[in-house]
Design a protein around this ligand. Structure first.
Ligand code: HEM
Length: 385
């Protein structure tokens, strides 16, 4: 379902809200269960009878799948236990609060470089292509160790893949590039500086193969890029549209990280996640049958009035600790600490440097992402003096 406003869940969700589970029809005529209450979403995301395997026939698709590589890369986000845990645990050390905090100087340098370039193009520019996308792809190129001379090409592929018309060519080139990069890094690891180098010791012991490392890198790129870039641009837009709330952050009444947590809840840029039942599950008076698709709208769970008081209000001081924007359970976002660091740095630095930033009064409706992807803008014209 399409959002009428980029920061509000689709209005159609309201009509589905009466029952704990409703049957919905998807674009291809198949049906799936729509389960929207916060408690049910969390329960299903931790239920071992619920599978993340998207190759399962009942897995609900929001749009036709476009293969962006010659060979499909199997990533652990779509695996169940124990295979999922086996792979994920190899990465957790690089995503802890402590490890991510040690990357702060890199993220600050990246944001400052992108901001210098962005500010120099003013007094009007596109916040998506000029700021949000280069920060997201810079954060990821740092993570997987893309050498400086390749960074522009790397950004170009990610930008094409995040555009409204991604091409298979960009996907194929990116996978081929990462294949060579991973091979070079694991053959001659550069200490512990980047992720493929750090994983090289698992190849030495035979616990992982080069294809596993490639799949992990591809997953990080696809999971991290669009979610982060859209959170930056939609986050900035939402603050500009709520000047009273922005003022509370600027005046120091509310710390920026607290406000970002509310932005995460309110915007729910990953609007919904998909699962498939691996066994019969009783939910209230319905039975979700083995093989049935399940849709879990995080945006609706994040507006559950039983969990969040006055959920439709954007309140930067809320402390919405139980939001499910990063999912929940075993597949909960691995990159959330890095995402938070990047958002705090990017949003804070932008408002510090360009205090009178505003959205350019649009003559046409703002260009928003399609309903089936990460929510946000394809471009966002802004202006400052
Ligand atoms: C604001 C930014 C982000 C949001 C809103 C977000 C959201 C999510 C959500 C909802 C999931 C769960 C998917 C599911 O259960 O099916 C997820 C998983 C994941 N995310 Fe993020 N993400 C963000 C940024 C990142 C970043 C920066 C990275 C890494 C660089 C990342 C890496 C991952 C990975 C690897 C998974 C799969 C975890 C697993 O299956 O065990 N994400 N993310």
């Amino acid at each position: 379902m399409t959002r009428e406003c980029p920061y509000q869940p689709a209005r159609g969700y309201t009509s589905l809200g009466a029952d704990r589970a409703s049957r919905v029809r998807l674009y291809d005529g198949t049906t799936a269960w729509f389960v929207h209450e916060h408690a049910d979403v969390r329960a299903l995301l931790t239920d071992p009878r619920v599978s993340a395997d998207r190759t399962s026939p009942g897995y609900p698709q929001f749009a036709p799948r476009v293969e962006l590589a010659h060979r499909p890369v199997r990533v652990f986000m779509f695996m169940d236990e124990p295979a999922h845990r086996d792979q994920r645990t190899r990465l957790t050390a690089r995503f802890t609060v402590r490890f991510v905090a040690s990357r702060r100087p890199h993220v600050e340098r990246l944001v400052s470089t992108v901001l210098d370039r962005f500010a120099a193009t003013g007094p009007e520019a596109d916040l998506v292509s000029g700021y949000a996308l280069p920060i997201a792809s810079g954060m990821l190129s740092d993570l997987i160790g893309v050498p400086a001379e390749d960074v522009d090409r790397f950004h170009g592929w990610l930008r094409t893949l995040a555009s409204p018309s991604p091409t298979a060519e960009a996907g194929i080139e990116l996978v081929a590039y990462c294949e060579d990069l991973v091979h070079a890094k694991v053959s001659r690891p550069a200490g512990d500086t980047d992720l493929p180098s750090a994983l090289a010791r698992h190849l030495a012991t035979g616990e992982l193969g080069e294809q596993d490392v490639l799949a992990m890198c591809m997953l990080l790129l696809f999971a991290g890029h669009e979610a982060t870039s859209n959170m930056i641009s939609l986050g900035v837009y939402t603050l500009l549209r709520h000047p009273d709330q922005l003022a509370r952050v600027r005046d120091g009444e509310v710390p920026l990280p607290t406000a970002v947590e509310e932005l995460l809840r309110y915007l729910s840029v990953v609007d919904a996640i998909q699962r498939v039942a691996a066994a019969d599950i009783h939910l209230g008076d319905v039975t979700i049958r083995r093989g049935d698709g399940i849709i879990l709208p995080l945006s609706a769970a994040n507006r559950d009035p039983g969990v969040f008081e006055d959920p439709e209000t954007f309140d930067v001081a809320r402390h919405p600790r139980r939001h499910v924007t990063f999912g929940y359970g075993p597949h909960q976002c691995l990159g959330q600490n890095l995402a938070r660091l990047t958002l705090h740095t990017a949003i804070g630095a932008l408002f510090d440097r360009l205090p009178d930033l505003r959205v350019e009064t649009p003559t046409t409706p703002l260009a928003v992402n399609p309903a089936n992807g990460v929510q946000g803008f394809t471009s966002l014209p802004v202006r400052w003096s």
